[in-house]
Design a protein around this ligand. Structure first.
Ligand code: DAH
Length: 360
């Protein structure tokens, strides 16, 4: 090792070594005093910036005698690196302290529960009934079909065996729609039931077929138990060898899985699109058959209309009525929601009053 490093003050290497010591002490003092961003930045540029003390010192190594350069270069770099990381640590500490202070100042209590901006919604009672019924029929192999709510008179009445002047049409008070193209007014109606979907589905799919068709229907009446818009679900099953026993079995099993085990009875009735037709009652859900306000003291409530699909319908949809037979049924979803929750008035379901709906 050259002896010049340790010799007198005129030795440039020794001068640098000494200066390095002084710089370091100066740096430590300034760093200890620095309290804010500005002071820290000033230290950064005073020591490490383009004109900073350590930068200039690194540069001056070039003027040293060549044998001193590597040693001094290394010494300066080591100091530089050590001081730089000290400064970085201090800057990081400073940032962290600033964040802490800010949090303290904003008094944010991370343990408070969040504020709910919107009340959480729920499935509407009628939709809920619809989903549950659809599930039951889906398990029995039925799929879901749909049809338009603005329907042709043909599908709503004529194809269902209501001839143009048939008195059966009086059973339904119909909203007629005047189309913009000025077609005869009676051609287009708001469907009065979901039965037209039977025809549309059979035309499309032929036999065998097993579908349910839930949806909105419209009639011109309104009182405590009638609304001009309500919901039905249609059931249709056509296959070889389908009999009234299948109708009874399927509908009884549906009623009992939806409402629980209870009596079910079939009464003869008339609908032009079935033969024979039936109305289906079940033992009252409110009184269990004792007699109450809901069942008008009879112990029974009517829950659906049903029957064996009229051969005329099958034939008009191109289905061979010698080979295929079927049953159909239609039920009112709103009525079922009333029974399910013991409601006295249909209008509750449509007032969108959350105080009522949230009880369900
Ligand atoms: N569409 C009938 C109505 O709205 C209900 C009905 C009765 C549907 C008998 C059917 C059925 O499929 O077979 O009053």
């Amino acid at each position: 090792m050259s002896e010049s490093i340790s010799s007198g003050p005129t030795d440039p290497g020794a001068e640098i070594a000494q200066k390095l010591g002084t710089l370091r002490a100066e740096f430590e003092a300034k760093l200890a005093e620095a309290r804010d961003d500005a002071a820290l930045q000033r230290i950064k540029s005073d020591f490490f910036g383009p004109k900073g003390e350590l930068t200039l010192m690194s540069r001056s190594v070039g003027q040293l005698p060549s044998e001193q350069r590597p040693v001094m270069g290394k010494a300066i770099n080591e100091v530089k690196r050590a001081l730089e990381s000290e400064l970085d640590r201090k800057i990081q500490d400073h940032e962290a302290r600033k964040r802490d202070e800010e949090l303290r100042r904003s008094r944010l209590d991370m343990t408070l529960p969040g504020r709910a901006l919107h009340a959480k919604g729920a499935v509407h009672p009628v939709a809920r009934v619809m989903y549950e019924i659809s599930d039951i029929f889906a398990r029995m192999g039925f799929s879901v079909a749909t049809g338009p709510e603005v329907e042709l008179d043909f599908y709503n009445f004529e194809a269902l065996n209501f001839p143009p002047d048939h008195p059966a049409r009086d059973m339904q008070d119909t909203f007629f729609v005047r189309p913009p193209d000025g077609r005869a007014i009676k051609d287009l109606v708001l469907r009065t039931h979901t039965s037209p979907v039977q025809i549309r589905a059979m035309e499309r799919q032929g036999a065998p077929i097993r579908i349910i068709a839930p949806g909105r229907v419209y009639r011109c009446d309104q009182d405590a138990t009638h609304s001009p818009m309500f919901h039905q679900i249609e059931v249709l099953c056509v296959d070889e060898g389908v009999s009234f026993a299948h109708l009874k079995g399927t509908l009884t099993s549906f009623i009992q899985s939806f409402f629980g085990s209870r009596g079910v009875r079939f009464r003869p009735s008339f609908f032009p699109f079935v033969e024979p037709g039936a109305e289906v009652d079940m033992q009252c859900t409110m009184c269990g058959g004792e007699g109450c306000r809901i069942c008008k003291q009879t112990g029974w409530v009517e829950i659906l209309g049903a029957g064996m699909v009229h051969p005329v319908l099958l034939e008009s949809c191109g289905i061979d009525s010698e080979r295929y037979t079927g049953f159909a049924a239609g039920l009112g979803l709103d009525r079922i929601a009333l029974l399910r929750w013991g409601l006295d008035e249909l209008a509750h379901l449509y007032r969108s009053d959350v105080r009522f709906l949230s009880q369900i």
